[in-house]
Write a protein that binds this ligand. Structure first.
Ligand SMILES: Nc1ncnc2c1ncn2[C@@H]1O[C@H](COP(=O)(O)OP(=O)(O)OP(=O)(O)O)[C@@H](O)[C@H]1O
Ligand SMILES: [Mg+2]
Length: 327
């Protein structure tokens, strides 16, 4: 059995870089049903650290618990057990709200306000002075690619899905936050919109902001994130930099001629002939031992390239592993 001493703690070591987000065995069980007698385990035991200035991507299939974790970090819901710190304060502490921006999965926007009025309303909640609002609102509209005219004239009811996502992003940044939480920021955006959102996230990173975001769009995550974590069925399956995660699965793709086919099949289980008559496939074993063995067989190597899976392949492998362990 796990002892209390084994549990990752929220105690900080003054020698280490200070995380801005720190969770220790965070767990959330929802109670549902008329008598609240049914349990849904949404998050099992999540321990993670996110450091200042990092872009951190939380990945996972539908229902994995991503939004639940984000809501726990923001203090919107309370954990069933476990602890966490946000900017050094316990989760749910109201004093950090001024330093946080949040783009929710399904932003609730006021249909009959124009984009400009909505941003003024959001700025009012943070008690941002009018003089600052007059500067910041047009800057944010420009950043998210909404024209000032549209924002002044059109009510949100007449915005397209992509325009709503942009105005919601502008609202998340209205208080010039230190940490920005984004739940599926690319959702509803066309390829140009996704590119612009990526540029916005990169520009926030350049300003030194910490970005924590949930996403399904793995190619985007691969391009922008310093570190990622994968959640599956409420379990934190792995976390680390893209290089750490994908590097662990390094494999060589080899192409050559000659040698003993039976021996080659042992080294390269997926071996097949290429149109040019060479054999090729993914090496299963130590590259130096293989080269020595090939030399002894009288074979010749033509190319040998390091092939690593994309984040998408890695993600699918990890999720499938978790699904099998539940069967
Ligand atoms: N308020 C709630 N009451 C009961 N169960 C809930 C509640 N909110 C979420 N859940 C359940 O918790 C699990 C995780 O949900 P969550 O919304 O965190 O997933 P997600 O990873 O964000 O999924 P998606 O990618 O679809 O947004 C799901 O099984 C969901 O049905
Ligand atoms: Mg979600």
């Amino acid at each position: 059995m796990k002892s209390v001493a084994d549990a990752p703690s929220t105690e900080l070591n003054s020698q280490e870089p200070q995380p801005v987000i720190l969770t220790s065995e965070l767990r959330k069980v929802y109670r549902t049903g008329f008598w609240l007698n049914q349990k849904v385990v949404s998050l099992k035991s999540c321990s993670l650290r996110v450091y200042r200035g990092e872009t951190f991507g939380l990945l996972g299939p539908n229902g994995a618990g991503k939004t639940t974790l984000l809501k726990l970090l923001l203090g919107i819901i309370r954990p069933t057990s476990g602890r966490g710190l946000l900017l050094g304060k316990p989760l749910g502490n109201g004093s950090v709200k001024h330093h946080i921006g949040y783009l929710s999965e399904n932003p609730y926007l006021y249909d009959y306000l124009t984009g400009w009025e909505f941003l003024q309303f959001a700025a009012g909640l943070f008690e941002i002075p009018r003089s600052v609002q007059r500067q910041r609102i047009p800057q944010l509209l420009e950043l998210v690619g909404l024209s000032s005219q549209d924002a002044r004239k059109k009510i949100l009811r007449r915005y397209s899905k992509g325009m709503l996502q942009r105005v919601a992003m502008a609202q998340a940044l209205i208080n010039d936050p230190d940490i920005v939480f984004l739940d599926e920021p690319m959702s509803g955006l066309d390829p140009v919109g996704r590119f612009q959102m990526r540029e916005i996230i990169l520009s926030l990173k350049e300003q030194g902001k910490t970005i924590f975001f949930n996403s399904h769009i793995l190619s985007e995550v691969e391009q922008i994130c310093d570190r990622v974590a994968i959640l599956a069925k409420g379990d934190l399956v792995c976390s680390g930099s893209i290089n750490e995660l994908l590097g662990k699965n390094n494999a060589y793709f080899v192409k050559g001629t000659g040698g003993d086919w039976e021996v080659l099949q042992k080294w390269i289980p997926s071996i097949q002939f290429a149109p040019d008559g060479c054999w090729q496939g993914k090496l299963d074993g130590e590259p130096y031992d293989f080269l020595a063995s090939l030399h002894l067989m009288g074979g010749q190597i033509m190319t040998m390239n390091l092939s690593r899976p994309s984040l998408e392949e890695f993600f699918i492998q990890q999720v499938e592993k978790t699904q099998k362990s539940f069967q």
